[in-house]
Ligand binder design. Structure first.
Ligand code: N01
Length: 554
């Protein structure tokens, strides 16, 4: 790994007392170090991995690449950085993005405040002392008045609880825990379980190596062609010439992604021919936001969405030669865009290869993993390797794995037992001075993630600066503000088609997880405005105080 040269880092006992402890050394943790240091705060990030990068450190499966264009999916906080960095392709590959993240860590001298190989397992707030104590898996304790949870939304990989996995004689892998040395599937009989974004990206590549690839699909997913390619020099030049203006324009959009004309019409106000031409143009252009942005109402009106969904189903039927396979691959159980819309390179074409078969495990579920493969209710499959592209305990998994509690008796797992509760996705009532980056109740996962990370961290930094100016040292949301925000998040979700899909946004992929729509889908633009208003109104909905005294502003 690029960070291996850095040698052992000092532990907390060797360094000055902290102002802020940061959990996570991914894109959010790194920016938090940089931004909070800029306020003169002493900060330190604790990262479970042996390198920085978070999701891009762990997800090294074949074909892993971002589905947001690289000129957009990058930090904006330094114009010099965004001008200097050269992205070789339209969409960044995992190795390229990890290289970029490591460059950022070096360029802004972040490593001296990152402790790698350190998993935080507990975070306890002592009210009288106004202090968080974080405990690591090895028993080290870290104290700081503030903590920032930058632990990621898709950082808790989930292997389904299949009977018999321990008896499997071949090798098995999860997309989010991929071996650093890579895996060569040449000549092997491989089973991939899962057809979300990770499965859709890896399947065409594994198919080229494997003797035979069995894809076990429970739910078909919509995927559009990415149309990846080398970065066009003229495109890069134009983008960079206007970078700050483009970033500002992106912040005025729901997905925090610029460059797409705002839709002006409902899909139902135009002729079928016009619609079909519009979808075809988007299909040829590549990219998911572009497609969903074809009309104003694709994510709120089922009838409109049906037109966009059917267009893609027909494309699948046109690409995949075997009609039965094509029909299985054509999603019918959810409107397009209500699950993460995948982007692919030759995904559907892969099913025309003679060494690839699609197995429907909706009608015939996997019963158990056996020594030599796996068994569904009706069939037995001989496999040398199994790949779980089965997703994550999304959005709440990382925090649920940490025992977060306070001396006043609040326990985060209990507080979130019926689904996550936050105010603005940034803080949780009853848990003072604990900030969350892009967690539930935030639009993060529905946007260009780095834009949301920067917005959240900037807001947190401004709040800490405000406290310092006012000689205060405690901030927490009121229970009412939290409840109002949760209701608003739900009401917005209910006004869209999103809840119609059994997605990880709903916690639907984890048996027993409460079915609550977790992200805020009101758009990055609206959300940012709301956060700014809250701050401008002296942190409306938060109680700001000096511990021991109380100076309310709620
Ligand atoms: O995970 P997923 P993912 N038996 O949860 C199936 C981001 N990401 O790692 O739909 C059989 O989407 C499950 O089936 P079902 C992106 O935000 C981005 O692919 O639950 N199948 C589903 O098909 C994405 O949304 C990028 O019925 C089982 C699959 O496993 C998020 O990460 C790339 C099963 C899981 O799909 C997660 O994507 C990769 C079982 N018991 C990821 N359990 C890019 O930027 C689960 N499944 C491109």
């Amino acid at each position: 790994m690029p960070d291996a040269s850095n040698g052992p880092l000092p532990r907390q006992q060797d360094v000055a007392p902290l102002d802020v402890a940061i959990v996570g050394g991914g894109l959010a943790g790194l920016y938090a170090i940089h931004r909070l240091r800029g306020l003169g705060l002493r900060v330190r990030a604790y990262e479970a991995g042996s390198g920085v990068g978070g999701t891009w450190f762990w997800n090294r499966y074949p074909g892993a690449r971002c589905d947001v264009e690289s000129l957009e999916y990058s930090y904006s906080f330094s114009n010099e950085l965004q001008q200097d960095w050269k992205w070789p392709e339209r969409y960044g590959t995992q190795p390229e993005i990890l290289k970029y993240i490591n460059h950022v860590a070096d360029r802004f001298d972040l490593r001296r405040d990152i402790q790698l190989d350190t998993r935080i397992v507990a975070a306890h707030f002592e009210s009288k002392a106004n202090l968080w104590t974080l405990r690591t898996a090895s028993g080290e304790e870290i104290r700081a008045p503030y903590c920032v949870m930058a632990a990621g939304n898709l950082s808790t990989p989930r292997v389904p609880d299949f009977k018999g996995l321990e008896s499997f004689k071949g090798k098995w892998y999860h997309s989010g825990l991929w071996p650093h040395e890579g895996v060569d599937f040449t000549g092997l009989r491989v089973g991939v379980i899962g057809t979300g974004s990770s499965g859709v990206q890896m399947i065409p590549i594994i198919a080229r190596q494997a003797r035979h690839l069995h894809v076990f699909q429970r739910t078909a997913n919509f995927s559009l062609p990415a149309r990846n390619g080398p970065m066009e020099p003229e495109r890069e030049r134009c983008h960079k010439a206007e970078y700050p203006a483009r970033r500002a324009a992106a912040a005025e959009t729901p997905f925090a992604i610029g460059g797409y004309p705002k839709p002006t019409k409902s899909a139902l106000t135009v002729s079928a021919k016009e619609r079909s031409e519009a979808y075809e143009a988007k299909w040829q252009e590549g990219g998911s936001i572009s497609y969903l942005y074809a009309y104003t109402d694709l994510l709120v009106n089922k009838e409109s969405n049906d037109t966009a969904s059917e267009f893609v189903r027909n494309k699948i039927r046109g690409i995949v030669r075997d009609p039965r396979t094509a029909e299985l691959l054509a999603p019918k159980d959810h409107p397009i865009g209500t699950k993460r819309l995948c982007l692919d390179t030759d995904y559907y074409e892969t099913y025309n290869l003679p060494n690839v078969s699609l197995i429907d495990v909706r009608s015939d579920p996997i019963r158990e993993i056996t020594g030599n493969g796996l068994r569904t209710g009706k069939r037995q499959f001989e496999l040398d390797a199994i790949v779980f592209a089965t997703g994550f305990d999304a959005m709440t998994g990382a925090l649920r794995e940490i025992d977060v509690r306070t001396s006043d008796g609040a326990v985060l797992r209990d507080h979130w037992a019926g689904g996550p509760l936050t105010y603005l996705g940034l803080m949780v009532a009853g848990f003072p001075n604990m900030f969350v980056v892009t967690g539930p109740g935030s639009p993060g996962v529905k946007t260009q993630m780095i834009a949301s990370i920067e917005q959240h961290v900037d807001w947190i930094a401004d709040a800490l600066a405000h406290l310092r100016r006012k000689d205060l040292d405690r901030i927490e949301p009121t229970a009412k503000a939290e409840m109002d925000w949760v209701h608003h998040v739900n009401a917005v979700a209910d006004s869209t088609l999103y809840p119609l899909a059994n997605s990880w946004y709903m916690g639907a992929n984890i048996p027993g997880k409460p079915r609550v729509f977790m992200p805020y889908v009101g758009g990055f633009d609206r959300y940012k405005k709301r956060c700014d208003e809250v701050a401008a109104k002296d942190y409306e909905g938060f109680v700001l105080s000096r511990h021991g005294a109380v100076a309310a502003s709620a």
